[in-house]
Write a protein that binds this ligand. Structure first.
Ligand code: NAD
Ligand code: TYD
Length: 342
């Protein structure tokens, strides 16, 4: 039997890593290729359990390197692409936007050219709800697939640019594709520069937690396992050329998120330190997932069950995040934050 080959870009990162594990275990009949440059956000130790499995393969490569990517696509004759690889942190995009354009825009365009050249069956582009900009605090307003793109950060602008290129390759060259736009993810292997793992790791070490502005900005949290199932569904059932929003109606203010983690870990709210607001800080994100639900998707985690599972995972897997926060990440943290406490 001929096996289908699925190339997952960014499979050493948070969501791509979870998706690779999900796909390797769920689809023994597919060959999964994890292509990743292993930037600061990429780490292969998370794949120790699956790396011996016959259907798992790793390729170290830079998606913005045209020759390298073309050669890989031609050699491996890839059937499907699920494209996660990106620079993904808003704060880093504010400090250094250029790498976001190189990886997220040029990198996506190189992959699109390679996909077109060999004629892939589908290109699934994993994007973000941040391309829609921000919502106000009216709880009845949501992002739908028809909401105009109005990105506010260099990160979301680079993601919106890549979305438009994917769309254009579909309209111009007929490239089969889907775009998914997901709300904030959380769960196992979330890199500790992002709010939830940053809070869990710092609270566990009795360190101050930086909350931007007044802490009232709202994010719509989705457990990464529910996101993986959504991408699987879109890959197999998504209508060619369509965009699907992914979110589970789990809106929380940042302060509520931090307070929940502190309470669950039995620590004091004195650990909270309000710091200078992020530049251009989007007020609120909230997804209307009706279109994806019609395709058959439903989240399995509420915020309460998901955050409990995630906190337990960080308690059980200290060695994974401790190796990260003691490395290069330390310099980033010191540059990014000047906290009054420790
Ligand atoms: P991440 O930062 O954890 O991982 C990104 C991965 O991409 C890393 O393994 C990194 O090594 C790799 N990478 C970076 N540059 C590369 C390059 N030039 N070539 C090859 N590999 C490269 O990111 P994440 O949080 O897992 O996000 C994955 C995707 O999902 C991104 O496209 C992001 O925009 C999107 N997304 C993320 C969230 C979220 O809450 N984290 C929400 C919605 C959408
Ligand atoms: P983040 O996890 O960086 O995701 P995104 O910016 O993509 O939504 O941030 C989530 C929210 O938490 C966002 O409103 C910014 C806020 N935040 C803090 O208050 N303190 C922090 O140290 C970080 C990293 C984020």
């Amino acid at each position: 039997m001929i096996k289908q080959k699925i190339l997952v870009t960014g499979g050493a990162g948070f969501i791509g890593g979870n998706f690779v594990q999900y796909a390797v275990n769920k689809y023994p009949n597919y060959d999964i290729y994890n292509l990743d440059l292993l930037t600061y956000a990429g780490d292969l130790t998370k794949h120790r359990v699956i790396e011996q499995q016959e259907n798992y393969n790793f390729i170290k490569a830079d998606i913005s390197n045209r020759e390298e990517i073309m050669a890989i696509f031609k050699k491996e004759k890839i059937d499907y692409i699920v494209h996660f690889a990106a620079e993904s942190h808003v704060d880093r995009s504010i400090t250094d936007p250029e790498i976001f354009v190189r990886t997220n825009v040029i990198g996506t365009q190189v992959l699109l050219d390679a996909a077109r050249e060999i004629g892939v069956k589908k290109f699934v582009h994993v994007s973000t709800d941040e391309v829609y900009g921000e919502l106000d605090f009216d709880p009845s307003s949501f992002f739908t697939e028809e909401t105009p793109l109005q990105p506010n950060s260099p990160y979301s602008a680079s993601k919106a640019s890549s979305d438009l290129l994917v769309r254009a390759y579909h309209e111009t060259y007929g490239l089969p594709m889907n775009i998914t736009r997901c709300s904030n993810n959380y769960g196992p292997y979330h890199f500790p520069e992002k709010l939830i793992p940053l809070t869990i790791s710092r609270v566990l070490n009795d360190q101050k937690v930086p909350v931007y502005g007044d802490g009232n900005n709202i994010r719509d949290w989705l457990h990464v396992y529910d996101h993986c199932a959504a991408i699987d569904l879109v890959l197999h059932e998504g209508e060619n050329g369509h965009v699907y929003n992914v979110g589970g109606h789990n809106e929380k203010t940042n302060l509520e998120v931090v307070q929940t983690i502190i309470k669950t870990l039995g620590k004091s709210e004195d650990l909270i330190e309000f710091v200078k607001d992020r530049l251009g800080h989007d007020k609120r994100y909230a997804i209307d997932p009706t279109k994806l639900e019609r395709l058959g998707w439903a989240p399995t985690y509420t915020f309460d069950t998901g955050i409990a599972q995630t906190i337990q995972w960080y308690l059980d897997n200290k060695e994974w995040w401790e190796q990260i926060i003691s490395g290069e990440y330390k310099n980033y943290f010191e540059k990014q934050y000047t906290l009054k406490g420790n």
